[in-house]
Design a protein around this ligand. Structure first.
Ligand code: ADP
Ligand code: MG
Length: 687
């Protein structure tokens, strides 16, 4: 693959074809021609070096602005050529471009690059020489709609500079939207263009002008080919009989731990071991083919070199799916990769599907399935957790026990030699027990197909993702300005958002978001909230948090205030947050909730905040919250603050999928994150 940078003039030509205004220009090879061109064009003019080796012309002293006449043009020519030679003695110099000097305007950048996983991406933000410093850019994966372009423009922090800031007249946003649209089309239609940036595009009160264009073309277009997919029947994940190949009696072996965790499996369990006739109290078989009944799932823990033979036997036995726990494949280099390809071919020959290799396998607590060697199997629940890291599974499962969090499925995807994230997503989409899905992702190869599938899944069930390995350093080194700004981590974030996936940064955040979204009402219909509390201090804090995380506290209309006046003490705050005061009884909450339910069109979600006190137990408060929940189609979010004294109420809410966080900041932060996914308000706090 060879890449080459087009000259600025070639870049301008393409932009012009897409209706993007560029200055008049002329290429010259000597000072006299430069002077003549300047005169013909009308001064002032700008002169710049043309060299494929000089990417950033200013750095090489290759840009001179404000050239006022023939004489100045003549000396500018010499200065530019000498400067370029001094900067890079090996640079080929193709001449100098003389161009009309554009009026000063707001300098913006529009760039594009090709992401290895998600394809073409465009970036937009504040440009000029401050791009890296400001880092005020946003991006979209192509194709992009006009509506999304509008959103993109409004989303940068410096948007007020476009809309008109402190008396400055607004800039021509319409033209900008059109230009970004045309540039997106230009990038998409010209498949050989792999990267570009227009920096700066000068935006005026009326119109705009692109005064630099760097376009990189490649002779080959690398595209990820979607892999051939054979759907996996859901029954494969509900085996009635499981064989463990490499089952062991030795407690220091993995084959022991796996057997141990499977002893709870209510179906048939067959240890396979060629040296022993009994393992952990069960009859053992010397190989899988000697088991006298069908086997629905085989868990393989034998050393890597034996795996091909074992998979062959499983194929002969017509085992529909195997979990290969063994490591030592693709992750170990070329030899391992070849071995992995071999087992995939063997399995395919028999129609046997593979989970792994190099994984922990599968935990399905509602069915007593656990092929992993986690210390203790997790509880049953409604969260499906799909992870590219085994260690994270061990950690999360261990932690979930103390937190009383349960799972419908935990799947360690391993090397994804056959089944991959997309197959598992399809499965948990259909799985009745699963109400929310958490993904831990290190890397996705076919980003486009991932987006297609996950978008469909996210329509049915909430999907939350943590992406690790933001490879900014690598990206920055490999590509130029725009590349580093839209490093692939940001592209993942955008891919998630576009597909309806809530992205988070921490495991705790992932589980909080899952709890928030596992509720049948999932998302609030909008961003408008009311807060009801008996805790004055927290009423103030909740206003702060709401503002910080993009949640809009609505003003209560007079009518509602008057209805509340009828039963609230005279000195209640008459506003939102609604402070029912420390002595608030269950009745006071009940009546307030009834008023709010009657006016449910005024708000989209209600935050209810309780604290430990002797007037109102957590149990009674929870009872009223549940009652309220039944009276409104809006979302309720509870926060029962305090220690264990509030546990009764928390449990009651949890049973009804109403999340009850213990820290108020988290309540709002989680909702902010969720709303960001849905409504793309200003970037919320990290979670
Ligand atoms: P670089 O390769 O360093 O990015 P540019 O072509 O962007 O070089 O020029 C550097 C700066 O000079 C631009 O950011 C812009 O402010 C100014 N400039 C360049 N061309 C013009 C022009 N035709 N009219 C007005 N200003 C220009
Ligand atoms: Mg530039």
């Amino acid at each position: 693959m060879t890449q080459k940078m087009l000259s600025e003039a070639e870049g301008y030509e393409i932009l012009r074809k897409y209706d993007i205004p560029v200055p008049k220009f002329q290429i010259v090879k000597n000072g006299e021609d430069a002077a003549a061109a300047a005169e013909k064009m009308g001064c002032p003019v700008v002169m710049k070096i043309i060299s494929p080796q000089i990417v950033h012309k200013s750095d090489a002293g290759g840009v001179i602005v404000g050239i006022g006449g023939k004489k100045a043009a003549l000396s500018a020519f010499t200065k530019i050529i000498d400067g370029a030679k001094a900067y890079n003695p090996n640079a080929e110099i193709d001449g100098v471009i003389v161009e009309q000097q554009a009026e000063p305007g707001l300098e913006l950048i529009i760039g594009g690059r090709t992401d290895p996983a998600f394809g073409k991406v465009i970036t937009f933000g504040i440009g000029g020489t401050l791009v890296e410093l400001m880092k005020d850019v946003t991006l979209r994966i192509l194709p992009v709609s006009e509506e999304e372009i509008r959103q993109m423009v409004k989303e940068i922090n410096s948007y007020p500079l476009i809309a008109g800031y402190r008396g400055a007249k607004p800039k021509d946003e319409e033209t900008l939207v059109k230009i970004i649209g045309n540039i997106s089309r230009f990038f998409q239609e010209n498949t050989h263009i792999v990267e570009f940036d227009v920096n700066p595009l000068r935006l005026y009160e009326k119109g705009a002008c692109a005064v630099d264009a760097r376009v990189i073309v490649s002779d080959t277009v690398a595209e990820v080919k979607p892999k051939e997919r054979i759907p996996v029947p859901i029954e494969y994940f509900t085996p009635r009989s499981i064989a463990v190949i490499g089952a062991s009696q030795d407690s220091s072996k993995m084959g022991y731990a796996i057997m141990h965790n499977l002893l709870h499996f209510p179906g048939q369990l067959y240890p396979v071991n060629n040296k022993r006739s009994e393992i952990q109290g069960l009859k053992a078989y010397s190989n899988i083919t000697s088991i006298p009944a069908p086997v629905d799932l085989a868990v393989i823990t034998v050393p890597a070199i034996h795996v091909p033979a074992v998979v062959e036997e499983c194929g002969q036995k017509k085992v529909p799916m195997v979990v290969i726990i063994t490591a030592g494949f693709k992750e170990m280099g070329e030899q391992g990769r070849a071995l992995e390809e071999r087992i995939v071919a063997i399995a395919r020959g028999h129609g046997t599907r593979i989970i792994g290799p190099n994984c922990l396998g599968l935990i399905v607590p509602p069915r007593g399935i656990d092929t992993t060697y986690v210390h203790q199997s997790p509880k049953s629940g409604n969260i499906a957790f799909l992870s590219q890291s085994g260690a994270i599974i061990n950690t999360v499962v261990d932690w979930s026990l103390a937190k009383n969090i349960g799972f419908s499925n935990v799947i360690s995807v391993g090397n994804q030699a056959d089944l991959d994230f997309l197959d598992y997503l399809r499965y948990v989409q259909k799985d009745d027990k699963t109400k929310a899905i958490i993904l831990y992702i290190e890397q996705i190869t076919d980003g486009k197909t991932f987006m297609e599938v996950v978008s469909e899944v996210a329509k049915v069930k909430p999907v939350i993702a943590i992406k690790s390995g933001s490879s900014r350093r690598g990206q920055a080194a490999a590509s130029s300005h725009t590349g580093s700004l839209s490093g692939s981590y940001e592209v993942y974030m955008e891919a998630f958002r576009k597909s309806g996936v809530v992205s988070v940064h921490t495991l705790t955040g992932a589980f909080l978001a899952a709890q928030m979204l596992a509720h049948p009402k999932r998302y609030p219909k909008g961003k408008r909230a009311v807060v009801i509390t008996n805790a004055g201090g927290f009423a103030v804090l909740s206003s702060d948090y709401a503002e910080r995380y993009g949640i809009e506290l609505v003003d209560l209309p007079q009518e509602v205030i008057e209805e509340l006046n009828e039963f609230l003490p005279d000195f209640w705050n008459k506003g939102n947050p609604i402070d029912l005061l420390g002595d608030a009884s269950e009745k006071r909450f009940e009546k307030t909730f009834a008023v709010l339910a009657r006016h449910e069109e005024l708000w989209d979600m209600a935050f209810i905040i309780g604290f430990p006190n002797l007037v109102l137990s957590s149990e009674h408060l929870a009872k009223q919250i549940l009652h309220f929940s039944g009276m409104t189609s809006n979302r309720l979010i509870a926060t029962l603050l305090g220690g264990d004294s509030m546990n009764v109420g928390r449990e009651m809410l949890k049973e009804n999928s109403i999340p009850s966080f213990e820290e108020l900041d988290f309540t709002f932060r989680v909702m902010g994150r969720v709303l960001w996914q849905k409504f793309r308000v200003k970037a919320p706090g990290l979670l």
